[in-house]
Design a protein around this ligand. Structure first.
Ligand code: ADP
Ligand code: ZN
Length: 210
């Protein structure tokens, strides 16, 4: 299955994609993770993406399109993949349609208030992409998967989060319609207090994986 995970920042796309990756054996392809890794490694692309990311703006389309196009050539994508955080604009979706055949665009929907709260306490592993929330870490600061020290993303600061939500509403939300018109859209409504496992059960059900 070739999947797209749509939804606002902090809706849980990454968390759901990691669970599905382990469960279905198809890779999670997160453009955000790839860009952060490039920033950490100090590559030219990483350096040029940094100022957009830290301001909560989108990295230019041609950059992310190039990354995804390359990544989809890899051997591990031949039985399917989960695109997490791409496409984020209509031009990205149009470019994607030229080199990939998407089966489902899954919209992970959640209230803005819940999002702001979640992102404030989010901690991430820059090595494996795992995400955590301070409310469940009990003061721990290393990744349970790989032992790497966890960090707070600069773009999870409250001011930047507001901008990311505005960018989402203006540039990414139109993709919901775009994929609905193509008949590819499915939606999972995440209740504010639902657990990760409950939300993941809904994702599986919505994808017909019962
Ligand atoms: P979140 O889903 O929490 O907003 P991501 O890790 O997906 O976070 O993305 C973080 C940042 O990386 C975005 O705010 C943006 O600057 C950049 N980015 C990631 N994916 C894309 C994309 N498809 N197009 C443009 N910029 C992107
Ligand atoms: Zn890790």
């Amino acid at each position: 299955m070739n999947l797209i995970f749509l939804g606002p920042p902090g809706a849980g796309k990454g968390t759901m994609a990691q669970l599905l990756m382990a469960d279905a054996g198809i890779p999670q392809i997160s453009t955000g993770d790839m860009l952060r890794q490039a920033m950490k490694a100090g590559t030219e692309m990483g350096l040029s993406a940094k100022r957009y990311i830290e301001a909560g703006e989108l990295v230019p389309d041609e950059v992310v399109i190039g990354i995804v196009k390359d990544r989809l050539q890899a051997e591990d994508c031949k039985n399917g993949y989960i695109l997490d955080g791409f496409p984020r604009t209509v031009p990205q979706a149009e470019a994607l349609a030229q080199f990939a055949k998407i089966d489902v665009a899954l919209n992970i929907a959640l209230d803005d208030e819940v999002i702001i709260n979640r992102l404030g306490g989010r901690r991430v592993c820059l090595k494996c992409g795992a995400t955590y929330h301070t409310s469940t870490l009990n003061g721990k600061d290393t990744c349970a998967n790989c032992g790497e020290k966890l960090v707070q993303r600069k773009d999870d600061a409250p001011e930047t989060v507001k901008n990311r939500l505005a960018v989402y509403a203006a540039q990414t939300a139109p993709l919901i319609d775009y994929y609905a018109k193509k008949g590819l859209l499915k939606t999972v409504e995440c209740a504010p207090k639902a657990t990760v496992q409950e939300n993941y059960a809904k994702v599986r059900e919505t994808l017909g994986m019962a």
